[in-house]
Design a protein around this ligand. Structure first.
Ligand SMILES: *Cc1c(COP(=O)(O)O)cnc(C)c1O
Length: 667
């Protein structure tokens, strides 16, 4: 007997153990290939890896990278930027246009520009200008400050005869005299600014300034297309759109230029139908309309040279390759082919020379390079323990709940759910009238949650979940408290419900048994993320791992310490940083620029996040003054014997040290 028992206990895990979770299952669950290919994947250790150079080049283990940064005292949350990804994006879009131009034998070239508003940070614009140089990749400015960035960051042509080959500087946005004058004067430096007229009054100004300076402008007009965009940003077109000229206004501009013999200055047609265009049919329709306008302008005698198709090239945030707003049903090459073929068809039919093509893709260039990494501070879970057996003496309502729990099955789970809800509500009424004590109410709630948990297990196995049970998953989910501010680091998630892929960056060889929503550390109930990417539509909870407790410390009274659990939020490089705000005074986060080297990687730049003293200064507090106030208060408390000298020193030291610290929590 004994011998047999011993052998059993030494045998490998019995075959009844649940099959081990595989990395492939994590890949499918988090859809990493759909949105992350070719930059992000999962390695054998169950960690997310980054291949900043796409298909050709080494990869980094994201978890190891974060651990390495923490050892360098760079705290979380942090934003990782991979400049090699930026380079790869630029290469890709230019290669796609080169391929399209060759395929259609398009008799002109492509000159892309990067819209600065998408991410204005200096290191990014510097890298873009550097990587874009071989392609004459230019910049687009949408405001005076952005114009100032573009003028100083782009390198002007060295000599006038090289000017035609110069990267373009597209000047969009509302313009005043100073804007236009500055842009015009920049031509003398060897820049190639194109002033895009967005309002009729701008052309009057441009004519006047050009005559005063004796510098001929290159002008463009922005068209208000009647093609309606779709999705979140689909309102940039149509008659009441905020930007651009209607056809009658465009004709007025042509006539005005003609009257002063400057129609040869009008060389570009621009349109922008909105960002994240999820459907290729919208792009085709816009291209058809814009190509006709282009041809007609040429026929009116304008010296047309450029067609600028704006931004809108989408990013597949959910990896579904559909026209869902968080996705797109086309790839870069489809987009490029449609752009090229539409213009070519219209121009050839009208025997108008084909234009140089310009696109202003921001999101598609800048999104992939940034990853936001943050840690989980704690979780709040619905208690999962089995209810204790009932006793005869218990209140009827509790016996009812118990029986409901016992009887739940795949046949009656929907009905059982309604019973459980009703009994719980009755229990609360009874409590409010004084018929149930606190302990009994606790027992009722525990039984209710046990019912929900059992019902949910059944729901998860059903192909179809009845409508009334759809919210059950959400109400049973855990809350993962995360060390970041949605308002600072993912403002579009809060403001316009944009979806970003989110997943753990390690433990991916382990089944994520929990379902959770994320709550940030601001004191705002909106500071949460409860919509996650899914193959179809969105899901309200994310699969996550339970926090793992570290072995208890020598000091037993110490609260449990958890192993770090890191989550990554991906495709964060466009628009998020600049639109982030200081809600609750959580400041800018640490930003680390990583560059691949033959031996691995190097930290190219470290941009430290705000300290508490810095964010306080944004709202006009002077750290020295605050500290001095605190010192006076402690002196007074000492004098009144309300505090010991040691206590006062500890308080002041904490206060002073905190001023120099990161605004986020230190784990
Ligand atoms: C915002 C904007 C862009 C960039 O759009 P993406 O969708 O990010 O590519 C391009 N052009 C203009 C005029 C814009 O306003």
């Amino acid at each position: 007997m004994t011998a047999t028992l011993e052998t059993t206990s030494q045998a490998p895990a019995p075959s009844t153990a649940p099959p081990a979770w595989t990395i492939e299952e994590s890949e499918n669950l988090y859809r990493i290939e759909g949105w992350g290919d070719p930059y992000f994947s999962i390695n054998a250790a169950g960690h997310v890896t980054v291949s900043p150079q796409g298909d050709h080049g080494g990869s980094l283990d994201l978890y190891e990278l974060v651990e390495g940064l923490r050892k360098r005292n760079i705290g979380l949350p942090l934003l990782l930027r991979f400049s090699d990804i930026l380079a790869d994006r630029i290469n890709r879009i230019n290669a796609a246009f080169a391929r399209g131009i060759a395929r259609y034998k398009y008799p002109n070239s492509y000159r892309g520009v990067y819209p600065i508003k998408c991410n204005q940070h200096r290191h990014i614009v510097e890298a873009l200008v550097r990587y874009g140089k071989p392609y004459y990749f230019g910049l687009e400015a949408g405001s005076k400050p952005e114009l100032m960035i573009a003028l100083a960051m782009l390198e002007p042509a060295e000599s006038p005869d090289m000017e035609a080959n110069q990267s373009l500087l597209i000047c969009n946005g509302y313009k005043d005299r100073e804007y236009i004058e500055t842009a015009l004067l920049a031509r003398r430096l060897g820049h190639r600014p194109i002033i895009v007229v967005e309002q009729v009054s701008e052309v009057t100004l441009a004519i006047e300034i050009s005559q005063a300076l004796g510098i001929k402008p290159i002008l463009g007009v922005r068209a208000k297309l009647s093609t309606q965009g779709v999705g979140r940003w689909g309102i940039s077109t149509g008659d009441r759109a905020k930007f651009g000229l209607t056809i009658p206004e465009m004709l007025a501009v042509v006539n005005q230029l003609k009257a002063v013999e400057m129609l040869d200055c009008l060389q570009l047609l621009h349109f922008h139908i909105g960002s994240q265009i999820s459907s290729i049919s919208v792009i085709k329709e816009a291209m058809t309309e814009a190509s006709q306008i282009y041809v007609q302008l040429a026929k009116l005698g304008a010296n047309m040279q450029y067609l600028d198709v704006g931004g809108g090239l989408g990013v597949d945030y959910d990896g579904s390759k559909t026209n869902f707003y968080a996705s797109k049903n086309y790839n870069i090459q489809n987009y490029v082919n449609d752009v090229i073929s539409a213009v070519q068809e219209a121009c050839e039919a009208a025997t108008v020379p084909c234009p140089t093509l310009i696109s202003e893709s921001g999101r598609a260039i800048a999104s992939h390079q940034s990853v936001l990494i943050f840690d989980v501070l704690a979780t709040n879970d619905i208690p999962q323990q089995l209810p204790e057996p009932q006793s005869e003496k218990e209140h009827l309502i509790i016996r009812n709940l118990w029986e409901t729990w016992e009887m739940i099955s795949a046949e009656n789970y929907q009905e059982a759910y309604h019973d459980a809800v009703q009994f719980k509500e009755e229990a609360i009424s009874l409590f409010n009238f004084g018929y149930l004590g606190l302990k009994e109410r606790a027992r009722a709630e525990q039984l209710y949650w046990a019912c929900c948990s059992k019902i949910l297990d059944i729901c998860r196995q059903q192909a179809y979940v009845p409508d009334d049970l759809e919210d059950l998953e959400l109400s049973m989910s855990s809350i993962y408290y995360v060390n970041m501010s949605v308002f600072q680091s993912a403002p579009d998630s809060w403001a316009i419900d944009q979806l970003f892929p989110i997943m753990p960056i390690h433990r991916l060889d382990e089944e994520p048994t929990q379902r959770g929503i994320l709550a940030d550390i601001t004191c705002d109930s909106d500071g949460k993320i409860d919509r996650f990417i899914d193959l179809r539509d969105v899901k309200s909870v994310l699969e996550l791992h339970p926090l793992r407790q570290l072995p208890p410390a020598a000091n037993r009274d110490h609260p449990p310490v958890f192993e770090p659990y890191y989550l990554g939020m991906f495709l964060m490089g466009a628009y998020q940083e600049i639109m982030g705000n200081l809600h609750n005074l959580f400041g800018d986060i640490n930003v680390v620029h990583i560059q691949m080297t033959p031996k691995g990687y190097q930290i190219e730049h470290l941009v430290k996040g705000d300290t508490i003293a810095e964010v306080l200064s944004y709202v006009q507090y002077d750290a020295e003054d605050l500290l001095e106030n605190m010192r006076c208060y402690t002196e007074k408390a000492l004098e009144d014997d309300r505090m010991s000298l040691e206590e006062s020193q500890l308080l002041l030291e904490n206060y002073e040290r905190s001023l120099l610290h990161y605004t986020y929590l230190k784990n």
